[in-house]
Design a protein around this ligand. Structure first.
Ligand code: HEM
Length: 121
């Protein structure tokens, strides 16, 4: 009998989060539909906030000190189309880092739960 417990997603992928987030924002900024949202945004700060947010969402330590999702996206007039595009870039980035499909699905469903707080607020 083994006492090993299932590792959290943070234990499995935590070391790669910064690199995944960098690749993700490369894709976002290469996307003509999404570029305008990030004009004038400090991307170093943005990447740090996103990495901390994802770290916590995957079961890691809570070092996130940014705004809540509703406050962060208020007045940006983000549509479902934009949300789907961002979600796809995250999915592609996770795939490029060889995150297992079943884990990628869990991560995407965690992100999906934020849709209401981000779209159209
Ligand atoms: C899919 C899930 C998403 C997550 C987890 C997420 C996460 C975050 C985080 C952690 C911040 C930083 C908040 C802060 O600085 O206090 C942020 C800001 C921002 N997000 Fe998102 N975001 C998501 C979707 C989107 C979408 C779909 C768009 C637009 C297409 C978007 C555009 C922005 C912009 C422009 C900012 C910067 C706001 C500013 O600094 O004034 N985000 N997001």
């Amino acid at each position: 009998m083994s006492y090993e417990s299932t590792p959290t997603l943070y234990e499995k992928y935590g070391a790669a989060i910064d690199r995944v987030v960098s690749l993700f924002y490369q894709k976002v900024l290469d996307d003509k539909d999404l570029q305008p949202f990030f004009l004038g945004v400090n991307m170093d700060r943005q990447k740090k906030h996103m990495s901390a947010f994802i770290t916590y969402a995957l079961g890691g330590p809570n070092n996130y000190n940014g705004k809540n999702m509703e406050a962060a996206h208020r007045k940006l007039k983000i549509t479902d189309h934009h949300f789907d595009a961002v979600s796809k870039h995250l999915s592609d980035s996770l795939e490029q880092f060889s995150v297992e499909d079943s884990d990628r699905m869990i991560i995407l469903s965690t992100i999906e739960r934020l849709r209401e707080a981000i779209v159209g607020v």
